[in-house]
Structures are given as C-alpha cells and as structure tokens.
Design a protein around this ligand. Structure first.
Ligand code: SAM
Ligand code: SF4
Length: 443
C-alpha cells in the first residue's frame, strides 16, 4: 500500500505537560494534512519532544538523534525536528548545531503555535532552522488544534511555567514563569471534552495550587474546581501537581466536598529532612508536610496520597535520609516516584560542593524503593473486600477476557468483563491486591 505523502511521527519524553504539547503538535500537523505513522522510516516529519529533568532522559535523546542520521541518509527529504525542554538551553542548541547537523528544525516550548511556518521554512531552506524564545512572552495561545491520545480521559493544561525555583530543578528555566489560562477558556475546553464523551479530566500545571495568582480576575484553584465540578458529563476531576507550600485549607475543603474531584492527591515531598528541604528551597518543613497530610486524611478519610522523593541531594547525611524514611513510615504513601538526585547545569544545587557519592545514592534509593513497595502492597491489601467505583478503560494487554480501569484513588483494577463496559463507571468488589494493581469482580 502506498503511504500518503504527508506523514508524521512524534516521540515524546518526560512529563504529562510534554504529552499534552504532543497532542497540540499532532493536531496542528493533522490540520495541515499530515497523517500519523508508527515507523520512523514511513514518516515525512519526525519530531522529538524532549525532557531535561534528568541527564538519563537527555542521554536517550542524544542517542536517538544520532540514530536519526541513518533515516536522513536513506530519505534526505525527511524533516527531523527537536522541540520541548532541551532546546531551551543554549548549550543544547550549540551541541545540536555542531554534532547533529542532520537535524532540520529546532524549536522551544514557547514556539509550538509557530509549527506551520517553521516547518515551511525548514522545507524551503534545507538548512537547520532554529527558533527558540528564551524569555517567556507571557502570552497564551488559545484554540490551537489538538489530537487527543485517548477518548475517555483528557489532560487539560490550566497553567504554564513555574515560579518556584527549587534548587535542583531545570523546569523554571525551560518552561518560563507561571502563566494561568483564563477560567472561561478552561471551562470551554472541558465542556467541549464532555460533549465529545470524555469522562475524566486531569488538570495540569507545575503547581496547580497557585492557579490564578497571576490573573486580574478573582479566581483560585479551589474556585476553578468548583466551576469545573458543574460541567455535565465529566464524572471525574484529577489534578497534578500540588506544591505542599500552597495547599490551602480552602483547597482541602474543595477536594472533600466536590463530588467529581477524586480522592487522590499527588503531593511531592522530595525529602523528609527539614534541613534538606531548606537547601532545596521547598519552603515547608517535615512537620508542615506531616500536618498537611493529617488535615487531608481528616477531611477525606479514603484519600490516596502519592509523592515524589529525591535521594542523595547535596549534603544529604545518613540522618537526613533516616528522616525521609521516617516520613515514609508516617505518611504511608500509596505510591512514590523515587529519583536519584541528578546535577542539572544552570541550577544552584549543581554548584554545591557537598555532592553525595553515587554508590551511597544507589544504596539509599534501593532501601527506599524496597520499603515503599511493601507499604504500597500493605495499603492495597486494605482494599480487599471493599466495593470501589472503576472507570473501565479497556481490555488487559495480556488476556482479552480481562479488563482494566482505575479507582477514584487512581489504583489500577483488573477484572473479568466485556468491551460494552468501556467508558462506564462500575462497582467492582476487590478480591485480591498486588503491589501495582488490584483484582476484583463486577457486582
Ligand atoms: N512541579 C512538580 C513538583 O514540584 O512537584 C514536579 C515537576 S518535575 C518535572 C518531577 C519530579 O522530578 C520532581 O518532583 C522531582 O522529584 C524530580 N526532579 C526534578 N529535578 C530533579 C533532579 N535534578 N534530580 C532528580 N530528580 C529531579
Ligand atoms: Fe521544579 Fe520545584 Fe517548579 Fe516543581 S515546583 S517544577 S520541582 S522548580
């Protein structure tokens, strides 16, 4: 079968923000007549949507750019592009120019809407086109086309950028300062999703708790949740990420009282040591965090709390790490994303001279993962015998007689079912629990 002339492939690395940007770029390309393909050799445009949070992610992307050279040699007409967080750093652009001259197009996180003109330039010029805005222009472009990856659950970006400058983190440098979308634009997008049959939305921002602070209209995140809770057709509202320093009582009250807002919060703690939290510029103490958890558990008794933890931040002693383990015991997270501290050049912590040796970091993370996995399983075992509401997503990858979906607490449940159930909210009685999923039967 002959392939259409205009085909594209976008490879996405990193967080949900990047996944959402990929949906926008896919929408733009489809509005220009491009169709998606799965193999690189079939694509007339290949875009790498990149992540800079850790060096391992960047290394994968450098290797991928090297491999793309072979594709270019076989098909000189293919347009090879790199976008997302990596090109926001000047050193990356220099390295691409010097060592990867087969790339045609380099653009940044603030240039997505310019994709049609950048593409046309790259096609006409036949030399590398570089367009990266380093200073956040402060403008949000609404109504860009979008090709969503799923037809049941959707990401909705409510704000861009970050103002927090945690000392380990590259994001404020690659994504710019906080900019909130206008509430009416968000509500319109969610109403449109509901009309298309979407059941669940996840509101995205690096720190959703500071939503609205930069707007002239009177609105905060709790207020936005109240408005979105009224959109007919949407059954579940999730959000990520919440910075503990900005988690207000008003927001806890909104989570507790709004029936569509799910009983799950991703609340990255990063460390259990108050001294390390201070060096990280997180602006809360271990006690502040534990107090927040207590308030959340009191207000929403079945809430599942997940987190991010970094081990081996510069200066982290055995005593500091013991504080992290103690916090993990006290909170009993339902899951934790654990990271070994990784130097990111341009961030303050990369310059600290008390870096922790790699072998110590590896031992600590293994200890943390082992204990957290036990806690995750123990917490899951508590669900046995309960009947939980599950949004059915689709057949299990390994056995077509089994289906899977998620609870309101964001746990995966596997059960015997059929494809008529997809997209429905059903009660499932939990019969068994594993570390990464629950097993149940429909009642
Ligand atoms: N805005 C979110 C927040 O504050 O929780 C997180 C965004 S960041 C993309 C996701 C996670 O990556 C962070 O919570 C942190 O645990 C981890 N991370 C960021 N920079 C890191 C670094 N230099 N080394 C290791 N982990 C890092
Ligand atoms: Fe990075 Fe901190 Fe901003 Fe999250 S809040 S994106 S960790 S600087």
């Amino acid at each position: 079968m002959d392939l259409p002339l205009r085909t594209y492939l976008i490879e996405t690395y990193g967080c949900q923000m990047n996944e959402r940007d990929t949906e926008t770029m896919a929408g733009i390309l489809e509005s220009l007549g491009y169709v998606p393909v799965e193999k690189e050799e079939d694509a007339s445009i290949i875009l790498l949507n990149t992540c800079s949070v850790r060096e391992s992610a960047e290394n994968k992307i450098w290797a991928k750019m090297g491999e793309l050279k072979k594709i270019k040699q076989k098909n000189p007409d293919v347009i090879l592009g790199i976008c997302g967080c990596m090109p926001q750093q000047e050193v990356t652009i220099q390295k691409i120019k010097q060592s990867y001259p087969h790339m045609d197009l380099v653009f940044g996180t603030h240039n997505l809407h310019q994709l049609p003109e950048l593409l046309a330039k790259a096609q006409a010029a036949r030399k590398m086109v570089v367009e990266v805005l380093h200073n956040n222009p402060g403008v949000i472009i609404e109504n860009l086309p979008s090709r969503r990856a799923d037809n049941l659950k959707a990401f909705v970006t409510i704000m861009y950028g970050c103002n927090n400058f945690c000392t380990y983190c590259i994001v404020p440098y690659t994504r710019g300062r906080e900019r909130s979308r206008m509430p009416e634009d968000i509500i319109r997008e969610v109403e449109d999703l509901a009309a298309k049959g979407y059941k669940e939305i996840t509101l995205l921002g690096q720190n959703v708790n500071s939503y609205g602070k930069d707007l002239e209209v009177e609105i905060d995140f709790a207020g936005l949740l109240q408005q979105l809770n009224r959109v007919n057709g949407i059954e579940r509202i999730r959000f990520t990420t919440s910075h503990p320093k900005d988690l207000s009582d008003r927001l806890i009250e909104a989570i507790a009282s709004l029936e569509k807002v799910c009983e799950h919060i991703h609340l990255p703690v990063q460390s259990g040591s108050t001294a390390i939290l201070k060096k990280m510029n997180r602006r809360y103490s271990k006690e502040d965090y534990l107090h927040l958890v207590e308030k959340l558990k009191n207000a929403v008794p079945d809430i599942a709390i997940t987190t991010d933890i970094i081990v081996g931040f510069p200066g982290e002693t055995e005593a500091d790490f013991a504080e992290t383990m103690d916090l993990v015991e006290k909170v009993r997270f339902s899951a934790a994303y654990t990271f070994i501290y990784n130097k990111r050049s341009g961030t303050p912590a990369a310059e600290y001279n008390d870096q922790v040796p790699e072998d110590v970091k590896s031992q600590r993370i293994q200890h943390l993962i082992d204990r957290q996995n036990q806690i995750t399983l123990e917490e899951n075992l508590k669900d046995i015998g309960k009947t939980l509401e599950v949004l059915v997503e689709g057949p299990s990858k390994t056995n077509p007689e089994f289906f899977s979906g998620r609870t309101r607490t964001n746990k995966i449940v596997v059960f015997r079912g059929n494809s008529d159930l997809i997209g429905r909210l059903i009660p499932v009685r939990i019969a068994n629990a594993k570390t990464w999923h629950l097993e149940g039967e429909i009642i």
